[in-house]
Design a protein around this ligand. Sequence first.
Ligand SMILES: *Cc1c(COP(=O)(O)O)cnc(C)c1O
Length: 381
Amino acid sequence: MKTEPAASQATRVVHAAAGGPDALRAVSPPLYLSTTFERDEHYAFPGGFDYAREANPNRTMLEEALAQLEGGVEAAAFASGMAAAMTLFQALQPGDRVVVAHDTYYGVRAMLNEVFVPWGLRVEYVDASDPHALAAALARPARLIFVETPSNPMLRVTDLAAAARLAHDAGALLACDNTMATPVFQQPLALGADIVVHATTKYLAGNHDAMGGALVTARADAFWDGIRRRQKLCGAIPSPFASWLTLRGISTLVPRMRWHDATALAIAHALAGDARVAEVLHPGLRSHPAHAVAARQSSGTGGVFSIRVAGGRDAALRVASRLRLFRRATSFGGAESLVEHRATVEGAGSPTPPDLLRLAIGLEAADDLIGDLDRALEPRR
Ligand SMILES: *Cc1c(COP(=O)(O)O)cnc(C)c1O
C-alpha cells in the first residue's frame, strides 16, 4: 500500500508493511507457500509469478516495503544479512579492489577473508570513521567501499555524505550496512550511498524469530541487474514465512525503534557518570568523538551500545553473569534485552577490547534495566 509522500514516517511505514491490495480484502497479508504457479491456456503466468526461487508474493511485498523505507528504487531480500552481503560481493568481478571499514561486522570480514579473497577480490581494511584514511585508501582505484555506521560493536561513526563524495570521486560505489540505525533514524541513500545492506534478522523483523537480509539500491542499473541475477541463480532467498514475519515486524518498526533509542540513551547517560564503567560507547553522548557527525546524519542510534567495564575482562564477564533482566545471548532487535561479551564470540584475533560488553536494549522499562546494571556492576567502593 502506497501512502502520500507527505505523510509522516510512522504512517508511511505502517502502510508500506500492509502489502496488498488483497483480492479478499484481508488486512494482514496472506502467506503464499506454493513453490510453483500455474500457467494459463496461453502459456502465460497471469499472476506474474512462476517459481518461488525467482519471486514469491511475500518476498515481493517485503522487497517493495524495504525499497520504500530506504527511499530506494528496488530491494532484494535474502536468507540472512550475510547472504545479502555475499550477493553484493558476488556481483563484483575477481580482481576488483574493495575498501572495507575495519570494524565492519566480524562475520562480513571473515567471509571476505575466507571466501572472497581466495575468489579474487582485493580487500583493504581502513578506519572509515577517519576521512583522511578513507581518502588515502582511495588514492588507488576501487570498485566498492563498504561501511557500517554506527558500527557493531564499537559504535564508530562514518560520515556518509563525505564517504559518498570520496567514493564517487574515485569512481567507486558506496555500500552502507544500515542494520544498527535502521531507516527510521538514518537513510544512507539520501546521503549519497548507492546500496544499503541490512540484516533484517535484527530490528526490521524485530522479534528474535526470523532470519533475513536485504540490499536496497538507489538506481536500477547494470550493477543492480547483476545482483538480481545472482539472487535468482544462486538462490540465497528468504522463505515465504520469513518474508511474512519480517514484513509483520516492519509494521511496528517506528514505535519500537523510538522506544529502543530513548531507553538506550537514558541507560547510556546513567552509566556515563558511573566510576565502575570505564567508557560508554554511544554516539548520542556528547563525549563520543563523532557525536556531531551522528547528530547531523541520523536522528537516533537505536538500542545497541557498548560499555567498557572498569577492571578488565574478568570484571566484564562477572557483570554479564550477574545480570538478571538482560539475557546472555548474541544478536539484537527483539523485545528482550541482551548482553554479550563480543571478544568471546569473535574468538582469537578479535579486535574488540576484552573489557567490552555490548548491550542490546529491548523494550523493557529503562529504570528496571538501569537497576539491573547497577546491581550487576561490582559494588561501589
Ligand atoms: C547480524 C549482522 C549482520 C549479519 O546478519 P545475519 O542475518 O546474522 O546473517 C551483518 N551486519 C550487521 C551490522 C549485523 O548486526
